[in-house]
Design a protein. Structure first.
Length: 365
């Protein structure tokens, strides 16, 4: 017997069992979900889980093929105590340094937005319209009139994030009772000071996502890569819900981003929230995105203004779950009008329900 291979398979099986348990806690019941999500107490965690059927199928495949390796969760970086260099309350805040090279663990998506918008992350279902899907972070570009400085952009983005959601389907609003007091950008961290206490009684895994919502929003708005984010409160609290905020937070490495982000994003074309992407008729259009889905299989449908499906197909992302791969969809729309292109992954249980999706609105001229 090859003892090295025996030990390798044993370690892999242990990792897969842990991942299966990790994802199982994220399965959402279809009845009374919003009430349950806001009140159910769970074992402390700061991560999101895949639907159990998806992971179980992936686990079986991984044991057979020996190709799916899960990595340990990244731990928060604890930098030295900073000296504030820029503050949201400064009359003339110092400009931030130019964005640094992308370090390990920075966002995989482009965060170059549009003039007059700020990037905001919010907690939403994996698959809109499918209440049993899990939860994760999605990003939108929100119109905001603000000076083009890192502090001003971060302040505007965080104020919006704390006020999410509006009336968008399935979003979880965690930050009632909390407002932004101050933000400081230093060379080794972003310090976000909050005022008030969360009034929502939410499950521990959703509390972890709520904290990550502010971390990702602040980093995206500041634009200096995976700069650690220190959350503080005006009353000196060391926890938000059950989440320890004594040490700064960073984004997880790319291989662990499935624990935070929703599993499927369309990244291009992009446009400010509430708008559409204007594209020419009769020319090839490339739709780009990211996915962490089973066997890297991404399906898509193009629907017209009446909801009629006028084109459809599937593509294979560059990597399958748990890794986050990229994909491109090429489609030509001959006739002018309003369209929606939806990318989605289906349940491995029955091939019918969707476990992840995202869509882009298109104005074809």
């Amino acid at each position: 017997m090859n003892t090295d291979n025996h030990h390798d398979h044993g370690a892999l099986e242990n990792e897969l069992r842990a991942a299966l348990a990790h994802r199982a806690e994220q399965v959402r019941p279809s009845d009374r979900w919003e009430e349950i999500a806001m009140t159910t107490a769970k074992a402390p965690t700061t991560t999101r889980r895949w639907p159990i059927v998806l992971l179980a199928a992936a686990a079986v495949l991984a044991v057979v093929a020996g190709t799916w390796f899960l990595r340990p969760q990244a731990t928060p970086t604890v930098p030295a105590t900073p000296s504030p260099t820029a503050s949201a309350t400064d009359a003339s805040p110092s400009p931030s340094a130019s964005p640094s090279a992308t370090p390990s663990g920075t966002p995989s998506t482009s965060e170059t937005g549009f003039g007059g918008t700020v990037p905001v992350y919010y907690i939403a279902p994996e698959a809109l319209g499918w209440p049993e899907s899990g939860l994760g972070l999605r990003r939108v570009w929100v119109p905001a009139e603000t000076p083009d400085t890192p502090v001003a952009k971060a302040k505007a983005a965080l104020v919006i994030a704390l006020g999410r959601p509006t009336a968008t389907e399935g979003q979880i609003k965690a930050w009632d009772g909390v407002s932004l007091s101050n933000i400081v950008i230093d060379s080794d961290r972003i310090t976000v000071t909050l005022s008030g206490a969360p009034s929502a009684d939410i499950a521990d895994n959703i509390a972890g996502l709520a904290v990550q919502q502010l971390v990702w929003t602040a980093q995206a708005a500041v634009g200096q890569g995976n700069l650690p984010v220190q959350l503080t409160t005006t009353d000196g609290a060391s926890r938000l819900w059950t989440v320890d905020i004594s040490a700064p937070f960073t984004r997880p490495a790319r291989a662990q981003q499935y624990t935070v982000l929703t599993d499927l994003w369309i990244t291009e074309p992009s446009y400010p929230e509430g708008g559409t992407a204007v594209v020419p008729a009769g020319r090839p259009l490339k739709i780009s995105g990211e996915a962490a889905v089973f066997e890297a299989n991404v399906q898509w449908q193009l629907s017209d203004a009446t909801g009629r499906v006028v084109d459809q197909g599937f593509v294979t992302a560059s990597a399958g779950a748990p890794n986050r791969g990229t994909f491109d969809i090429s489609v030509t729309i001959p006739d002018a009008g309003e369209y929606v292109l939806k990318a989605f992954a289906v349940s491995m249980k029955d091939g019918a329900g969707e476990v992840a999706n995202d869509s882009v609105s298109l104005t074809v001229r």
